[in-house]
Ligand binder design. Sequence first.
Ligand code: GUN
Ligand code: FE
Length: 432
Amino acid sequence: NLLSVVAGVKVYPEYIANGALVVDDATGRVVDYGDCTSMLSTYGNSSAEVGNAPVQIHDYQDKLIMPGFIDTHVHYPQIDMIAAFGEQLLDWLNNYTFVTEANFGDAKIADDTAKFFLNQLLANGTTSALVFSTSHPQSVESFFNESNRLNTRMITGNVLMDQNAPEHLCVPTEQGIRDTQNIIDKWHERGRQHVAITPRFAITSTPKQLQMTGELYRSYDSVYLQTHLAENIDEIAFVRELYPNHKGYLDVYHDMGLLGRHTTLAHGIYLKTPEYEVLRDTGTQIAHCPTSNLFLGSGLFDLSKTLSYTGVSIATDVGAGTSLSMLTTLSEAYKVQQLQNNPLSAHQGLYQITLGNAQSLLLDDKIGNFMPNKEADFVVIDMGGTELLARRMTKTKSLDEQLFVLMMLGDDRVIEETIIAGVSRYKKTATA
Ligand code: GUN
Ligand code: FE
């Protein structure tokens, strides 16, 4: 069974019972998709359309095949301190986050964590992500090396911090920018890797560094930029203290030239109408991170208001987020919106974590659904992956309702297999 979202004049989900996805091994791309019988008659016997190799058939029976999930904001080093007790943002950063991130100049630790993290993404059905590393170039090197080996489409960069963080994590202003420049030269658009210029947030970069960050960003057409925005009340007050002459938090980034269509800002919980207008006018995207916002007690994100101005993606923000599962993340997003009388449908949610997030990252020409020639990143889902799910699914025949139950109760336990560019990289029982 296939489920994929199609974007044309309008965006709609397409479900094909007894569907088949045709993938070209040589390119790792989708050739076609449709009803199993018609795919078999077109591609099954003759090998003309898919090169000269014999056609291999993988029968997933009653499993559901979906495009791979996309996480638009996650910190890979923080997998080592996920679920740290008791603090809100600024104390959480000082007491837990910076302590863990300090280790990533060590190649062994960075390699080991990058491998573990990327395997965990695959185990959760996530095939692409926009990722924070640490301020050490080594952390980026380790991440890209492993991602390049797996052939996953990933975006990261070294975290820029030159103030208000422990000394061993701060990198001198120009040095941080030079590190980013070197990383862009080596990794940007090499294989499936992309670089994001990554100032942590307004608090941990000097004005000079933000200025240089903006100059670097504007000197490229396709390099990404990621940072954090208006997540927490004390954070916003600190930014106001540091930048008393700016109109607000977002204005600091705007003034420094950090906004644009390749920019993703995590959170954006506390914004005023003129700030939404700046997001709209610059094409800047917001990543909503529900499990993080709940875990750190940050606040309730206004999805419908933000969507009325600009593109919103949904993300885990691990290690402030409490799960790498995009299904679990949707479940919490649903609850955050329920508190604001705006229930999120299964269609909206499943669209968001596939094609919607791809669109937000400007990658929808490559990933996000099963249109011919897209890269064949997909997940095989067992809708009855837990005893509870198996039983619950028998109590309804409606596809919409089943997908909603999957969104509420699904997690890594429903992910049977994850395929990257046509190659199986994760199986529930064994690891690639
Ligand atoms: N703001 C600045 N750094 C961070 C971080 O690592 N996590 C979260 N959630 N917010 C941040
Ligand atoms: Fe974050």
